[in-house]
Design a protein around this ligand. Structure first.
Ligand code: FES
Length: 163
């Protein structure tokens, strides 16, 4: 394990998912691809701050992180157009408390939207907020004890703000 670790680029709770991935691998350089994947899943894309943070934490050269991020087509360095992100925790506690129903409701609402949906729906393994299960991160803010109705209420607010 590396001695000194740097702070994440912001206090956005989605960094917890990224941190947990690196921690699981003892902050070893071989965790790079999985960490990039966790970051892409949580934020929808990889920006320079993210790459710098991950490279420094795992002790790999920034150029190497860029190399990997640009080599694989599944990674993108730019947001894909969604203006809001919604990360549903699918970890064990959240799963048991209804995360699949939240995801279903979200996909039903968003995927049926014929226009370019302004919301991107993602899943994460554990947000380290299990006491709040089921939890979702709406634009970087963790909200817990959700039901499908409460989840859709938040999305509707975003969608009505768009129109
Ligand atoms: S399992 Fe969802 S926050 Fe831990």
């Amino acid at each position: 394990m590396k001695a000194a670790r740097i702070a994440p680029p912001s206090d956005d709770k989605r960094w917890r998912v990224v941190d947990a991935t690196m921690r699981r691998h003892g902050y070893h350089a071989h965790a790079l691809i999985e960490t990039l994947h966790a970051t892409q899943e949580s934020f929808g894309f990889l920006d320079e701050d993210a790459l710098r943070y991950i490279a420094a934490t795992l002790g790999v050269a920034l150029s190497h992180a860029y190399g990997v991020a640009t080599f694989y087509r599944r990674f993108t360095l730019k947001p894909r157009g969604a203006r809001h992100t919604c990360v549903v925790c699918t970890g064990t506690a959240c799963h048991l408390k209804g995360a699949p129903a939240l995801l279903d409701a979200l996909h039903r609402r968003i995927d049926n939207d014929p226009t370019n949906p302004p919301v991107s729906i993602m899943a994460a393994r554990c947000l380290a907020s299990c006491g709040l299960a089921p939890a979702v991160v709406f634009d970087g803010k963790v909200v817990g004890n959700l039901t499908p109705d409460l989840t859709i209420e938040r999305i509707e607010k975003w969608l009505s703000d768009e129109s």
